[in-house]
Design a protein around this ligand. Structure first.
Ligand code: ADP
Ligand code: MG
Length: 226
């Protein structure tokens, strides 16, 4: 009985969210459609500029859909033992170009052999969302630094993600992870919701501390595997 109740509550949340996501996804798709139509009508050199926006909007739409699907279906089909340094090397490879474009760097300090159980692509998605936020928080006044380190403690794997970006107020911090909470003009407000959900599905815990103008630190704990 209890299980059924939980399930129907879950279905309700998911379908509510489906409706609002569909609404959100329509906006970038309509913008894209408008640009493509303009290109078609004008057939001028401006086409290249419009194409750039069109592609950005399409990427945004697919990001929203990916995030939503992960939220709706966080149970993992393919679970294995992950050596987290392998995962973070991959993440670093993906995000370092973005970090240097924004005038910063990622510093990775993780020993070999810290293992957790989970799905590799979901694990990466959770941390990419977090580290992207750190990059997007880089301020203009100093070089952006993101420090990532990890260790084993009491049969847990502890991962720290620390940045020296703009930080969050206590009130911002309290809304972190709520759907559509975003302070960015082009934000989706779905990134942290998805990250929290993935970490929860991996039986992990996450906590954030932050100070405006100083930076933000996230601490994630997973049960150690093997
Ligand atoms: P989005 O990035 O699309 O805005 P997120 O769920 O990823 O949505 O993040 C929600 C909000 O939390 C961000 O808009 C930002 O204001 C704040 N935030 C998250 N991480 C950080 C961080 N490391 N530094 C400063 N602000 C952050
Ligand atoms: Mg984000």
């Amino acid at each position: 009985f209890n299980n059924e109740l939980q399930r129907s509550e879950k279905m309700e949340i998911i379908s509510d969210l489906a409706a609002s996501v569909a609404h959100e996804v329509r906006n970038p798709l309509q913008v894209t459609r408008g640009f493509l139509q303009l290109m078609n009508e004008q057939n001028s050199d401006n086409g290249k500029g419009y194409l750039k926006y069109a592609l950005e909007e399409l990427d945004r739409a697919s990001e929203i859909i990916t995030d939503f699907l992960t939220f709706a279906k966080p149970e993992f089909e393919q679970v294995s033992i992950l050596n987290i340094i392998d995962e973070f090397r991959h993440i670093e490879g993906i995000l370092n170009p973005m970090a240097s474009l924004e005038g910063g760097r990622i510093y990775l300090n993780i020993p070999d052999g810290l293992r957790v159980q989970g799905n590799s692509s979901k694990f990466k998605q959770a941390f990419i969302n977090m580290i992207k936020n750190s990059i997007e928080a880089f301020g203009p006044e100093r070089e952006g630094e993101i420090r990532i380190w990890a260790y084993a403690e009491n049969e847990q794997i502890v991962i720290h993600i620390q940045d020296n970006g703009e930080g969050m107020s206590a009130s911002e911090l309290s809304h972190l992870g709520e759907p559509y909470f975003s302070n960015k003009t082009k934000g989706t407000g779905l990134g942290m919701m998805v990250t929290f959900r993935i970490i929860e599905a991996m039986k992990g815990r996450i906590s954030y501390t932050s100070a405006k103008g100083v930076g933000t630190e996230a601490v994630v704990r997973f049960p150690a595997a093997g």
